[in-house]
Design a protein around this ligand. Sequence first.
Ligand code: NDP
Ligand SMILES: O=C(O)C1=N[C@H](C(=O)O)C[C@H](O)C1
Length: 367
Amino acid sequence: MSSFSILKSPSKPLFFVSNQLEKQFSASDLHVSQFINGQQFHKPSISKPFTSTSSSINKKPITAITATQKNDKPLSSSSSSMSLSVSEENLAFPIMVNGCTGKMGKAIIEAGVSAGLQVVPVSFGSESKSGQIVEVGGKEIHIYGPSRRENILTSLLKENPNMIVIDFTVPATVNANAELYSKVGVPFVMGTTGGDREMLYNTVEKSKGYAVISPQMGKQVVAFIAAMDIMAEQFPGAFSGYSLEVIESHQSSKLDPSGTAKDVIKCFQKLGISYELDQMQQVRDPEQQLEMVGVPEEHLQGHAFHVYHLTSPDKTVSFEFQHNVCGTSIYAEGAIDAAIFLAKKVQSKADRHIYSMIDVLREGNMR
Ligand SMILES: NC(=O)C1=CN([C@@H]2O[C@H](COP(=O)(O)OP(=O)(O)OC[C@H]3O[C@@H](n4cnc5c(N)ncnc54)[C@H](OP(=O)(O)O)[C@@H]3O)[C@@H](O)[C@H]2O)C=CC1
Ligand SMILES: O=C(O)C1=N[C@H](C(=O)O)C[C@H](O)C1
């Protein structure tokens, strides 16, 4: 369960860094957790598709890949099937989670704590919460707004030289945050979507900093995107002439179109389909989400449903791909895996500096 409450709001921002962050973990400190509940609520697109479009209605797809996650279960070491020791690999490292009052920030702190990582008690947030101390996942965390960030991050990194930043904030701050992390020289996992993505990559490249950047941290969804990417590489143009409909549904508070859908659309474009990003349909109205998309009511405030429907030029063939996620645990687990992967890259002074979640999957850094 997520816990978040404002403890106090000092008139002057507080700043301290625990000097116990370099704790070495024993083999039993960090366990693999199986926390994805595969239980399906399955809203079959065949019988009740997203009805705001025409082509997915009442047509049985030839291929339907549906990934559905229900229940936002925290990492639980008791359900471990394998174990991973950070200390065995000399990789004890602290994480700084920016955007810690948000849905993802909270989930990542809980996942990080469950994984045995240390969470530094400082987080960058919005100006409105600057100076507050909040409790997230049982930790007291000092929030800093956009000003003074450089000094704060520099001091924090000095005290925690192995620190990895995990950023799940807002699209408007992606580029400024990446610039700051790059300038200060702290490796980071960028889960936040939006912003100028080209600029984001350029910033990291120029600084020679280390980063994992991905709009999608859910490992099974990433594997699906990787498969699409391989298909596009192997069979470019295979779907030339096909038409594509993309519908994504997220909680009404989401500020931008799905970054994941944008990546999947790039694969379809390589497969020969002509599709502009502004054709993507975004569903943000809870009523439509309940009635047309089939989002469970308890997940209206936190879900990511995607459907991609392909139709052949003569309309005799159709394909449909879906990935439906409720809650945040799938992304939180992936983000922690990405941080562990990145810590290893930094420690080994890897030549390559910028990674995607597909790289994380490829190297088998999965718990
Ligand atoms: N890569 C992935 O797998 C996933 C990516 N995401 C992406 O992560 C981002 C966050 O998602 P989510 O947690 O759902 O969003 P929320 O709206 O729940 O949280 C956003 C967080 O960012 C903080 N914030 C607001 N303004 C600033 C600022 N200027 N600087 C720093 N922090 C700020 C908010 O603080 P406050 O509370 O004060 O407003 C809040 O803590 C989005 O871009 C989303 O698309 C989400 C899920 C998965
Ligand atoms: O904001 C979200 O919630 C999500 N954002 C990411 C995106 O835009 O692709 C990943 C997932 O869809 C959840």
